[in-house]
Design a protein. Structure first.
Length: 196
């Protein structure tokens, strides 16, 4: 918490419109995307089906864990647990949902928290196909696992690559999104949405 308190003033001088730019300058693992259209995400928890529409109004921190990923995914999930813990002691905890989509053969581990969801793909198979559809949103040539951050308006805001990013950086980025006005999709995206 002390790190968050000390680091927050660094972002205080930057308007919310520059949040992605500022984070990209400070965190090499971060890639801003700013995309209004997302791939379909048909997943299920132990007791219900879930899609991104069900999490509307939330900042969604989305990650994928497959058996083939191994240690890189384990490191990334450990970092996400630190981010979730930092957010869990702030008013942001009710605005953020962490979603880890795992292959059937993987037992997803994560904090025992109301804002963390363990999910599996609805279709038979593993999480690799879903992960690949979201990885296609990146302009980087990387095989590292990705964490996708979706803002409250449903915009794919950015990607944190691998398991080496600073958990404080991600926490500050989520804090910036929580204080920003929710993104409104443009007319073209709303019309396209009617046909999906």
């Amino acid at each position: 918490m002390a790190l968050l308190t000390l680091a927050a003033p660094a972002f205080a001088n930057h308007p919310e419109e520059r949040l992605d730019e500022v984070m990209a300058e400070r965190e090499s693992a971060f890639e801003p995307t700013g995309l209004d259209r997302l791939p379909a995400l048909d997943i299920q928890t132990a007791d219900r089906e879930l899609d991104l529409d069900a999490l509307e109004g939330q900042i969604v921190v989305l990650s994928f864990v497959s058996e083939a990923c191994g240690e890189p995914c384990a490191n990334q999930q450990a970092l996400l647990a630190e981010v979730q813990e930092a957010i869990g002691v702030t008013p942001m905890r009710d605005m953020v949902s962490f979603v880890s989509v795992a292959s059937p053969e993987v037992s997803p581990e994560g904090p025992d928290a109301e804002n963390w969801v363990a999910a599996r793909p609805q279709e038979a198979g593993d999480a690799d196909a879903l992960a690949a559809s979201f990885a296609a949103l990146s302009d980087r040539d990387s095989n590292a696992p990705m964490v996708h951050v979706i803002d409250r308006g449903g915009r794919h805001a950015g990607i944190f690559h691998g398991g080496e990013f600073g958990h404080v950086s991600m926490t500050l980025y989520i804090n910036g999104l929580s204080n920003a006005h929710p993104h409104e999709p443009g007319m073209f995206d709303r019309v396209l949405g009617m046909f999906q």
